[in-house]
Write a protein that binds this ligand. Structure first.
Ligand code: PMP
Ligand code: GLN
Length: 396
């Protein structure tokens, strides 16, 4: 994240500059690098779902939708939560469709946080959270997931909660580490939410990309449905990251708060895409099984390649990201390495320190995305193998 001071910008946004994803994608484009940085697939989602969006446009579904989302989609989200997790939500009063998970998180936090309220979250932290908390005038309290296992110190989590804490924001499966929080960890988180009367906001956009263990929505744990806003989106699950259709499931009172903010942030997401996503969520289980199986193969391919290059690979249990420790190749500064990789090696990646408040905790880690076709993954690996030596890691 570029952090040059901009005198025109509010104090709240100082330091947020340009996102690390935009910076690294621009570098990749400038140097024709293989982009294993920003997480977007270089392949298409299901043809039938693309056709559904085109059909919706042709059929004239092109005006504003209901602010909370078209009924076909809120109904499909309710059916999905029921079928996958046994969670019941009323599509009319407990589900809100927003413009991607990013807006859903922003509207939710705008709706729930007063100035000075505290939000507990784990770092590395997805970049939009800190900016969104700052825009709400609230205060982040981060608990570090410790590499290489990305576990956390339970006492540190307990200590992060103060009388001012209002929200606990949890991302599982977790970007960038690929960690899938275990049931034991989630039970600890849930206990703290209940004891301290916190609202849990969960970001579950990678819910279908789990290769080891299982995805357990926090809302399924005892006493949690009534205090949790569960957020997901269509981008990762259907490989349409540009469609920006996300949603929040929460009990009626929390939903009413989220909707109040959402109607003044974007009012609604793109209507034809909502209709197509409604059809996507109703795809048979085989679609979701194949997606996971395909991604598992891609994960294993890139893990093997990165290990051959000489990195220590921190094998992810979920998401489409792999973190590596750069120190075995003699590097010690992730940002410096990632700024030089596109030109010198022809590959782009994301420096993990961008996701940390305590930057030093992520200095030795770099994230590679495997939501790419085999040929692109192989080309990326080939370039790393051939060229990384020229960066002179051992001397750095
Ligand atoms: N949360 C996490 C953890 C993400 O990785 C992303 C983007 N990949 C988002 C939210 C944003 O999702 P959307 O594109 O639906 O806004
Ligand atoms: N979530 C994507 C990633 O982690 C990036 C999305 C974006 O560029 N805002 O790579």
């Amino acid at each position: 994240m570029s952090s040059a001071r901009n005198p025109s910008m509010t104090a709240r946004l100082q330091g947020f500059g340009t996102t690390i994803f935009a910076e690294m994608t621009a570098l990749a484009q400038r140097h024709q690098a293989v982009n294993l940085g920003q997480g977007f697939p270089d392949f298409e989602g299901p043809p039938s779902i693309r056709d559904a969006a085109i059909e919706a446009i042709r059929a004239g579904r092109n005006q504003y939708s209901r602010s909370s989302g078209i009924p076909e989609l809120t109904t499909a989200i309710a059916a999905h939560q029921q079928r996958r997790y046994g969670l019941e939500y009323d599509p009319d009063t407990e589900i809100t469709v927003c413009h991607g998970a990013t807006e859903t998180i922003a509207s939710t936090l705008q709706a729930l946080l007063d100035v000075g309220d505290e939000v507990v979250m784990f770092e590395p932290v997805y970049d939009s959270y800190l900016a969104t908390v700052a825009m709400a005038g609230a205060v982040p309290r981060v608990v570090t997931l410790r590499s290489p296992a990305f576990d956390y110190d339970p006492a540190a989590l307990e200590a992060a909660i103060t009388p001012k804490t209002r929200v606990l924001l949890l991302n599982s499966p977790h970007n960038p580490t690929g960690k899938v929080f275990s049931r034991v960890e989630l039970e600890h988180v849930a206990t703290l939410c209940r004891e301290h009367d916190l609202i849990a906001v969960t970001d579950e956009v990678y819910e279908h990309l789990v290769y080891e263990g299982e995805h357990v929505p926090l809302a399924t744990l005892p006493g949690m449905r009534e205090r949790t806003v569960t957020i997901s989106s269509a981008g990762k699950t259907f490989s349409f990251t540009g469609w920006k259709v996300g949603w929040a499931c929460a009990p009626a009172e929390l939903t009413s708060a989220v909707r109040t903010a959402h109607q003044f942030v974007t009012f609604c997401s793109g209507a034809p895409f909502q209709l197509a996503v409604a059809q996507a969520l109703a795809l048979p289980d085989s679609y979701f099984d194949e997606l996971r199986a395909d991604y598992r193969v891609r994960r294993d391919r890139l893990c093997a390649g990165l290990a051959e290059v000489g990195f220590t690979v921190l094998r992810p249990a979920g998401t489409y990201f792999i973190c590596v420790d750069i120190r075995p190749l003699g590097f010690s500064n992730d940002m410096d390495l990632c700024r030089r990789l596109p030109e010198a090696v022809g590959v782009a990646a994301i420096p993990n320190s961008a996701f940390y408040v305590n930057k030093e905790a992520g200095r030795h880690l770099v994230r590679f995305a495997f939501c790419k076709t085999d040929a692109v993954l192989d080309e990326g690996i080939a370039r790393l193998r051939a060229n990384i030596g020229a960066l002179g890691g051992a001397q750095r």
